[in-house]
Write a protein that binds this ligand. Structure first.
Ligand SMILES: N[C@@H](CCC(=O)N[C@@H](CS)C(=O)NCC(=O)O)C(=O)O
Length: 242
């Protein structure tokens, strides 16, 4: 990867570029990226890897992890970008309207996004990386401390912004997409038998408004009812259990 020259920067902003996302066949940590790609409505190809295919490709990726986004321009030049947050902000900036109206709005959007990203990566990484024998204790602690703390603060800030389904102002941002893309997994995590639900229309209406607001978007609604979305949901339930 070489630093972008001005001309590369121009090339990368071209609307006809094809976005190629490589990840596993589940939502995992790629929900916000896939949602943003769907909302952009630009040419986009989703490449999923089995674990065997991944092991063969791991050393070829920038940091040995996926997702990785490859941007292919009309003239065949290709640019690669890795790291979830970097990809999300790359797409948000490229979209031209997911980072607020000014620097302060963007800073707040980054703050809310970062809080949700930290919560969800902590959950996914610990579930995947901790020994099976430690998982129940980890999940119990997550549901008792980390998740309620996130819910309390996010509900509070969303109410303060008027419970309009947005964190900042009255327009969709990458922070809204981030929350909307993790919420159904957090609900699955806390809605099992014998569990105490923590997120619902009654308990957290402002958080739920972020989800329902995004679901009004025809492209997103269409993707959620697609077979591919359902397959990724099934993959998530099999692999993570939420
Ligand atoms: N720091 C990376 C972490 C991404 C990550 O954890 N990816 C997991 C999948 S959810 C992965 O690549 N797992 C396979 C591996 O590490 O070999 C990012 O932000 O993109």
């Amino acid at each position: 990867m070489s630093p972008l020259s001005t001309s590369n920067s121009d090339l990368i902003l071209a609307k006809e570029n094809v976005h190629h996302l490589t990840y596993f066949p589940f939502h995992g940590l790629a929900g916000c990226i896939r949602t943003t790609l769907v909302l952009l409505g630009e040419p986009y190809e989703d490449h999923t890897l089995s674990f065997k295919e991944w092991m063969a490709q791991k050393s070829l990726t920038p940091f040995g992890h996926i997702p990785v986004l490859r941007e292919v321009t009309k003239c065949g030049k290709s640019f690669e970008i890795a790291e979830i947050s970097a990809i999300e902000f790359f797409l948000a900036k490229r979209s031209g309207n997911l980072l607020g109206k000014d620097f302060w709005e963007e800073s707040q959007i980054r703050m809310f996004h970062s809080s949700t990203h930290a919560l969800f990566t902590f959950l996914v990484h610990t579930v995947v990386q901790s020994p099976q024998s430690d998982r129940a204790a980890f999940l119990a602690r997550f549901k008792k401390t980390n998740l309620p703390q996130w819910i309390r603060s996010h509900e509070k800030y969303l109410v303060a912004n008027g419970s309009n389904g947005h964190y900042v102002g009255d327009q969709l941002s990458i922070a809204d997409i981030k929350t909307a893309s993790v919420i159904e997994h957090l609900i699955n995590l806390t809605n099992g038998e014998g569990e105490t639900p923590l997120i619902s229309e009654e308990l957290t209406p402002a958080i739920m408004a972020v989800k329902s607001n995004l679901e009004k978007h025809p492209q997103y609604a269409g993707w959620r009812t697609s077979q591919q979305y359902q397959e990724f949901t099934n993959g998530n339930l099999r692999f993570f259990g939420f």
